[in-house]
Design a protein around this ligand. Sequence first.
Ligand code: PEP
Length: 265
Amino acid sequence: MRVPLIAGNWKMHKTVGEAVDFINQLKPEVADVKNAEILICPTFTALYAVGQAIKDSKIEMGAQDVFWNTKGAYTGEISPLMLTDVGCTYVIIGHSETRGRFGVVEEGMTPALQAYFGGTDESVNKKLHAAIAAGLKPIVCVGETLAERNAGKADEIIQSQVKNGLAGITQEQAASMVIAYEPVWAIGTGETCDTPEAERVCGMIRKTMATLFGESAAQSMRVQYGGSVKPANAKELLSQPNIDGALVGGAALKVPDFAAIVKSA
Ligand code: PEP
C-alpha cells in the first residue's frame, strides 16, 4: 500500500514570517489526516524556521534543490548535509525550473520555465546520489515540453530522464524513490494534463522503473503528478492507481487550497 505524498513547492515565495504563519495555520487543518504524507518545500532562507515550526506536527519539510558536494568553494550552493541539519527529510531534484532547456521558449511558459539554471540528467544524477548518501529522500522531477509532446517524443524523453537521472542506484534505493511527473507545459500555466493521460504516463514511469530495478521496487516507489493541481482536480487525479501523490506549486501557497488537496488524497 503506497501512502500518497502531497508536497507543496513554494518556489521563490514567502518570507520567514509568512512561512511560519502558513505552517501554524496548516497544522490544525491537517492534524487528523492519516492517509497522506504532507510535505512543504520552502525557500532556503525559511528552512530553519519552518523546521522549528513543524516540530510538533506530522508535516515534513523538503528543500527545492541541493548541490552534490558536502562543502567547498561553491558560491551560492547548499549541501545535503546543510539540509538535514535544518530538518529536511526530502529534497526536490531536477525541477523543470532548474533543468537546462536553454533557448527553449514556448507560448504560455512562465519565465522560470525557460530555465536558465543549467540542470541536466547528469547533474540530477549527481544530486540524487549525494542526497541519498546524506539520508534525504529525493523527489526526482521528469516531464516533457510542449514541443516534445507535439513531436510524439514525450514517452521517450521521460524514459531517458528516468534512466539517466536514476543511473547507479540500487534496487533498495529505487524502492523508496519518488518520481514526480510534471509536464513542463502544465506547470504554473493553469493547464492540467487530463487525468487519463496523467495516469497513463505515471503508469509508464512505473513500468520503466520495473524494467530498470525490478517489479518489487516499481510497486513500492511512488509517482506523483504535478502541474496545476488544485482543489478542483485533486481528487480525480489522486484516485488513479498509478498516481501516488501530487507536487503542488501555486495552490500550495494558500492554506485552504493546500489543506483541501491534502484531504482529497
Ligand atoms: C510545481 O512547481 O512543481 C508545479 C507543479 O507548479 P503549479 O502547481 O503551480 O503548476
